[in-house]
Write a protein that binds this ligand. Structure first.
Ligand code: AMP
Ligand code: MG
Length: 484
């Protein structure tokens, strides 16, 4: 199964038993391996992956020695409303392993069947949504944005009822941690202050070990500040790459600052500041331009659950870090995207005006920045061609060129640096949709090829030019089902 450099643990089970329920996976029939992430498996220390064995694990037909599956209990705020009934309703934490590089991995089998927290759900996941999660979590990783990962995806014959009958699937999601903000809300509002302290100690010991040497008060204070900062930086990364999460409920916020839970997400095609990717979000609570504020609100929910552990003043000062961390990261990333290495006072207004201009002219977000990255070698046409109103492009380019004239870095170096931060390939909705449609007929080549392209989003891959084009007409503004 693995080489002996991995260790098997299940430290989540050391928490009080009210944090979980032991549940066996409900087996699926006719399981097939759709994707297996060989590189990740190797990183995790699983060198001699036996695919049949993993298929059986994915199908809930087999447990490996040491696996002791549990459904985690958490609660959380969904669309601003507290829901005490949450928890892993269809996923199971199988075990934790520690790889040859000493990194810890939680293994979470999503779609494994019903649990005590399933409420009215069937405990299953469908092939369509599992492929979307696999694709996007890997795409985010290769873009350099913190995220959960996808280890393997298994499809099955069992029908699952959504808007219509679909194919069942499971995804082995792995991450350093599956602890969410909502775990702390559950501890605080249902189990009391000892539970909050136990969970915080567990979290800090495993995921923030550098803080262990500090005196307790200082440790908790710095920990909350670190979580707030990681969250702020994560969301700045989303904004800069044009990623919309879609369901930023506090049960979908990772305590270590990973992008967590891929549902109705989307990358922006044409820039639209108010874009809402989740069509059940009628009020646009989680629209693209509301994500930074929502990240902060989620940090407030987390902070409110920690009042028994951290004095109010310390909580307030930790929360104040959000804005600073967000602005700092966002400004730096946007400067990098524009190729500005010598900071100037006016850069922020250039950046904000650029967003307004992109919004006004509905310019493709990814191709705009990629086009800018080769402005001096290839000329302005790749950028200009993205505009219906060419004179708007020319006006903006004139201002931009003027700003570049104040740079000391030469064009060639700037182009190289810009290509390394402005992706050429992103997971456009229509690309995911093509891969899903083919997979639903049992043809997985499209999916595998797309995964391959997304491994090197910043490199020119001449054989895959087609993946870097504007979406075709049918692929614009797709109404993707949000059910999963
Ligand atoms: P999500 O919207 O995916 O973040 O899920 C919110 C809550 O609903 C979590 O507690 C999930 O475990 C649960 N859930 C979602 N889909 C299902 C399902 N098909 N069966 C059981 N529970 C589900
Ligand atoms: Mg969720």
């Amino acid at each position: 199964m693995s080489d002996h450099t991995i260790r098997i643990e299940h430290q989540y089970l050391d928490l009080p038993s009210f944090f979980y329920s032991r549940v066996q996976p409900s087996p699926l029939n006719g399981a097939k391996m759709v994707c297996f992430n060989d590189e990740l498996a190797a990183d995790m220390g699983f060198h001699s992956a036996n695919k049949d064995q993993w298929t059986a694990v994915g199908a809930g037909q087999k447990l490996l020695d040491g696996m002791d599956p549990v459904a985690m209990k958490y609660t959380g705020h969904q669309f601003g409303v507290y829901n005490p009934e949450l928890g892993d309703g269809r996923g199971l934490l199988m075990w934790e392993t520690i790889g040859p590089d000493q990194r810890r991995w939680d293994w979470h089998l999503k779609g494994a069947g019903q649990t005590p927290y399933s409420r009215f759900g069937d405990g299953r996941a469908v092939l369509r949504s599992s492929i979307r999660e696999y694709l996007c979590s890997e795409a985010m990783h290769h873009l350099g944005i913190p995220t959960t990962r996808a280890l393997f995806l298994v499809s099955a014959r069992d029908p699952v009822r959504r808007e219509s009958f679909e194919t069942a699937a499971t995804l082995m999601r792995v991450a350093q941690s599956h602890i969410r903000f909502g775990h702390f809300e559950y501890a605080a509002y249902h189990q009391g202050k000892d539970a909050v302290k136990t969970l915080a100690d567990h979290t800090i010991r495993l995921y923030f070990p550098d803080l262990m040497s500090l005196p307790e008060d200082e440790r908790y204070r710095q920990w909350l500040a670190a979580v707030v900062e990681r969250t702020a930086r994560l969301i700045a990364d989303w904004q800069a790459v044009g990623f919309c999460h879609g369901v930023m409920n506090s049960d979908n916020m990772s305590i270590i600052g990973d992008t967590f839970d891929y549902g109705p997400y989307a990358f922006l095609d044409d820039f639209d500041a108010g874009y809402i990717c989740n069509h059940t979000d009628q009020g646009g609570r989680y629209a693209y331009n509301r994500q930074p504020q929502t990240g902060f609100v989620n940090c407030q929910y987390l902070a409110s659950s920690l009042t028994s552990l951290i004095p109010e003043d310390d909580i307030r000062s930790a929360l104040r870090r959000y804005e600073q961390a967000y602005n700092g990261r966002f400004l730096q990333t946007m400067r990098d995207k524009l190729g500005l290495t010598d900071p100037l006072e006016d850069d922020l207004s250039l950046i904000m005006d650029t967003f307004s201009m992109l919004h006004q002219h509905n310019v493709d977000y990814t191709l705009f920045f990629r086009g800018l990255s080769t402005l001096s070698s290839r000329g302005p046409s790749t950028v200009r061609d993205l505009f219906i109103n060419r004179s708007a492009a020319d006006d903006w380019l004139q201002r931009y060129r003027q700003r570049l004239s104040q740079e000391t870095v030469d064009d060639e170096r700037r182009e190289r640096a810009m290509c390394a931060v402005n992706p050429k390939y992103i997971l456009r909705n229509y690309l995911a949709q093509q891969a899903i449609q083919d997979a639903q007929t049992g043809q997985y080549d499209t999916l595998h090829e797309l995964l391959d392209v997304l491994k090197r989003p910043y490199d020119d891959q001449p054989q895959y030019e087609i993946y870097a084009k504007l979406p075709p007409n049918w692929g614009k503004h797709l109404n993707i089902s949000c059910s999963s």
